[in-house]
Design a protein around this ligand. Structure first.
Ligand code: BTN
Length: 343
């Protein structure tokens, strides 16, 4: 007999599927400390037989996390892992002037994609979606964004503005300033910005920002602000990116927890987006220029791999447009991707 799947079926609604999805992350949480745990003890805490623990160990190994099996059917992660801590995040955000509604997912194709959908379905202002493992992260200009489990920070924030999206030029640059302020809280005062919104550390890309419009271009707008930050680096991750990139762990002795980074980012973003709603990018311009990674450098500007201009990057305008000086004088550009002529 042919089995038919009801039209409303989605694996998310299937309790078996949900249990299977959630369970290896539940195991990961128990193993996160890098200590040795008996299979029996793990099974007891998960409410699952040893066979199910073994199955979930295999699932974690398939994700590239190294769970070692030790004599006596004990298990430990080869390296402790820094998972997001909901309670600690709640404590760190207490007293903040923005009332964030935060959800932390184990796995998600793209936090921007998921939050865009929620925004269209009426999710409240200042909704935040973070995830441990983003499987199909979106970068600017249709590029993929790669991130590791427990090693990077991937989150999105929904911000509703009274203005239409057309009146919010420079928003993504202001977000870059807010993220640099957040990292300065941990002593990383040297984070720079590359137009339009890359976070740079010592000449390499540390993070990226993707701002998408979920609402109207004219009326009040809903903006989904996605941030990806490389926190801990591995050779495998380095090989997956197509430009010089870095992570906080590569450039400093101590790395803040992902939870602390998320809390600082949200606090700075909340404050900055309030400032932006009142004064636009003009309020942030001087600070952006102080952090401009490629000020005075010779660059090319490309759109869809086609070079459309070459000149000296002399800064940004009050609307966030890149200002390029060439034989034609100083011209503003509103989109594209920059490359250094001489690295
Ligand atoms: C860039 O290309 O530099 C922008 C990268 C933005 C990545 C973040 S990670 C969280 C959010 N969800 C996504 O799918 N993309 C953004």
């Amino acid at each position: 007999m042919r089995r038919t799947t009801p039209r409303w079926y989605h694996p998310r609604h299937d309790p078996l599927f949900a249990r299977a999805r959630v369970s290896h992350y539940s195991l990961l949480r128990l193993l996160a400390d890098g200590e040795c745990h008996s299979g029996e003890g793990l099974g007891g805490r998960l409410g699952a037989p040893l066979a199910a623990v073994l199955e979930r160990v295999r699932a974690l190994n398939a994700l590239g996390l190294r769970v070692q099996e030790l004599p006596g059917q004990s298990f430990r992660l080869a390296h402790p892992i820094d998972l997001l801590d909901r309670e600690a995040l709640g404590r760190l955000l207490q007293g903040n002037s923005t009332a964030f509604t935060v959800e932390i997912m184990d796995e998600c194709p793209s936090t921007n994609g998921a939050l865009m959908e929620r925004a269209r379905n009426g999710a409240p202002h200042a909704s935040v979606l973070a995830c441990e493992h983003q499987t199909q992260g979106r970068g600017r200009l249709g590029k993929p964004w790669h991130s590791g489990i427990g090693t990077d920070l991937t989150f999105s924030l929904l911000w509703r503005f009274q203005q239409g999206a057309g009146a919010l030029s420079g928003l993504s640059l202001a977000v870059g300033v807010a993220m640099a302020r957040a990292l300065a809280r941990f002593g990383r005062a040297d984070v720079q910005l590359k137009w339009p919104n890359d976070l740079m550390l010592r000449g390499r890309k540390l993070g990226g920002i993707l701002v998408e419009v979920a609402g109207d271009h004219l009326g009040p707008s809903a903006m989904v602000i996605g941030v990806g930050l490389n926190v801990r680096w591995s050779a495998a991750r380095a090989a997956a990116v197509d430009q010089p990139a870095t992570a906080l762990s590569e450039q400093g002795d101590s790395v803040p927890s992902r939870t602390a980074l998320l809390a600082a980012a949200l606090a700075e973003l909340g404050a900055a987006l309030g400032e932006f709603a009142r004064g636009g990018f003009a309020v942030f311009r001087a600070e952006w220029l102080e952090r401009h990674a490629w000020q005075g450098r010779r660059v090319t500007l490309r759109i869809a791999e086609r070079e459309i201009a070459e000149g000296e990057a002399v800064g940004v305008g009050e609307d966030g447009a890149l200002l390029l000086r060439s034989a034609r004088g100083v011209q503003p550009f509103h989109s594209g991707e920059l490359r250094l002529v001489e690295p």
